[in-house]
Design a protein. Sequence first.
Length: 156
Amino acid sequence: MKSLTQLFVPLTCSDPGIGSIDLSFVRPKMPLFGNTFSPKKTPPRKSASLSNLHNLDRSTREVELGLDYGTPSMNLAGQSLKFENGHWVTETGISGSVDQREAQRLRKRNQQLEEENNLLQVKVDILLDMFSETTAEFQIMKKELDELKSVNRRRK
């Protein structure tokens, strides 16, 4: 059993006018009901791997461990799709080839429409530039005409 002097931390308050006061009863060393949170120490980690498979190159590892999964594929609404070159493509088949041809035709039409849209945007930009230039010229001519009229009125 510990004595009272061992259980309490000596704590003193000193004021030059009063002197020193022992406040050791305020903060005990041990909590009254025990420490509620005391985590256990974690055991040291075991080594990552005892095998030397991590020393093998990728191709050997794929052969040894069978890591060659092939291309990802899925079936959606009766349509079989596979992932190739960053895009989902329908697998070849009777219905797949028809849809593939339709998709190719739509891509081609989309490309044509985009090119036509770009051409029309260029034409609109040119027309706006022409309109701005004509408006500026008109304003200059109007100003010159007003100046000539005012000079003509002064002469009369």
